[in-house]
Write a protein that binds this ligand. Structure first.
Ligand code: TRP
Ligand code: SF4
Length: 405
């Protein structure tokens, strides 16, 4: 993990173990993770418990799929020196927080989550009328809140879950952030600070609370933020004193909507395993070339002499991801004038995809041959994650009134 302080809060994201990943995952999710690990403190985990919420009937493969997926993460460059990489079930604190959050989560909130009904419809062959499936967004909330994640990179389908996470955090803070002995804590903290500054703070607080003076509030907040010698919890307490509200025990995260191009599959639909139109990251390169060669083109372009229209061609969608402006205009002009043939048009794509995959495959092969190395990375990641999760859980147990062991 980074030793330097993160620029803009902690990034937390999970992925269900789906085994070997494909180009859709790479362009849709992993490239985004690669960029984030450069600038922020990141935690990336394999959400194996989440997989059980829908695949509990034949879980046999989950462990294997988890390892294969992590190999692909590492192969594309997710870096254990920069990001904490681990398996959800190796950090049982997620389950404990899930349980505690379930106490305060109204049923109605869960029934309203759009994926609840959608997935039940979509996966009709499975019985998803289970307790675990209904509660799955609470588990996801625990995954995020346990690390004080402030940014959660997700696809569109997951935004509602991050929104629920925010609601749960707010409810938690409202219920448990009101420390019965807040006044005593605040008194003790203020006694340790410089009297003149404290007097000024109290005046600002009074102006905020009695006259709704926004400038006074801002000035007082700024003073609190600058008290670098205080522990974070004590700065939070001063904030609660200032605003007459609850302490932020759990941090409300924001969804970081992944804005990457949707990679088309070999048939022009979204690339997805369920459509059988993928190119796997570890697919043999001659097979990749074969898939691109036989990829359908503009159906109107029957003969080489027929002009085509790129916007009706799935190959063009790939060019939009892989090719630079020069190549793109070469494709558009050449296609519309029948100046180039489809085989020719696909050639730069084949080169680009091959150049992208070759180093990933070399690295994946090394890792696959040394699984011990991958397991060691996961063990170190779980240890780091557990240390962070343990801190949050100590605080959560305490404010929920549980007796320390
Ligand atoms: N629910 C996510 C999915 O199915 C995976 C996930 C689990 C997740 N926990 C998370 C994503 C926490 C972001 C943050 O894709
Ligand atoms: Fe598609 Fe390229 Fe053929 Fe045009 S030339 S139809 S863009 S493959």
């Amino acid at each position: 993990m980074n030793d330097s302080p993160p620029l803009a809060g902690r990034v937390v994201s999970g992925m269900r173990p789906s085994g070997a990943l494909h180009l859709g995952h790479f362009h849709g999710v992993l490239k985004n993770w690669l960029a984030l690990q450069q600038e922020a403190d990141c935690l990336f985990f394999a959400a194996d418990w989440h997989a059980l919420t829908t695949h509990y009937e034949n879980p046999g493969q989950i462990g294997e799929l988890t390892l294969e997926m992590v190999i692909d993460w590492l192969a594309v460059g997710i870096d254990p020196e920069r990001a904490t990489i681990f398996v959800q079930s190796h950090v049982p604190e997620h389950a404990e927080l899930h349980l505690l959050l379930s106490m305060i989560t109204p049923l109605g909130w869960l029934e309203r989550v759009p994926t609840y009904k959608d997935q039940q419809e979509k996966l009709k062959e499975r019985d998803l009328a289970t307790y675990g499936f209904l509660g799955y967004p609470v588990l996801q909330s625990a995954d995020i809140l346990i690390y004080h994640g402030s940014r959660v990179p997700v696809g569109e389908d997951q935004v509602a879950h991050v929104e629920l996470t925010r609601e749960i955090a707010r409810r938690f803070n409202h219920l448990f952030g009101r420390e019965p002995d807040l006044a005593a804590h605040v008194h003790a903290i203020l006694q340790r600070l410089e009297p003149a500054a404290v007097a000024r703070f109290q005046t600002l607080r009074q102006r905020h609370q009695e006259q709704g003076d926004a400038e006074a509030l801002a000035a007082a907040r700024q003073w609190i933020d600058g008290l670098a010698a205080l522990a974070a919890i004590d700065r939070d307490r001063l904030g609660a004193h200032l605003e007459g509200g609850a302490r932020q025990i759990l941090t409300e995260p924001a969804a970081l909507l992944t804005r990457s191009p949707r990679l088309p599959g070999m048939d022009g639909q979204k690339m997805s395993k369920s459509y059988g139109n993928t190119i796997a990251l570890r697919e043999p390169l001659d097979q990749v070339a074969q898939k691109l060669r036989t990829m359908p083109t503009d159906p109107a372009r029957v003969r080489r002499a027929d002009p085509g229209e790129p916007t009706r061609c799935p190959v063009w969608s790939l060019h939009q991801v892989y090719s630079d402006a020069t190549t793109q205009s070469w494709v558009k002009d050449g296609c519309r004038s029948a100046g180039i043939g489809c085989v020719e048009c696909k050639k730069p794509l084949m080169e680009a995809v091959t150049a992208e995959l070759a180093p990933i495959q070399a690295r994946a092969q090394e890792l696959g041959a040394d699984r011990g190395q991958v397991e060691a990375i996961l063990a170190t990641g779980a240890e780091k994650a557990r240390a962070l999760a343990g801190e949050t859980m100590g605080e959560v147990r305490r404010v929920m009134g549980l007796r320390a062991p």
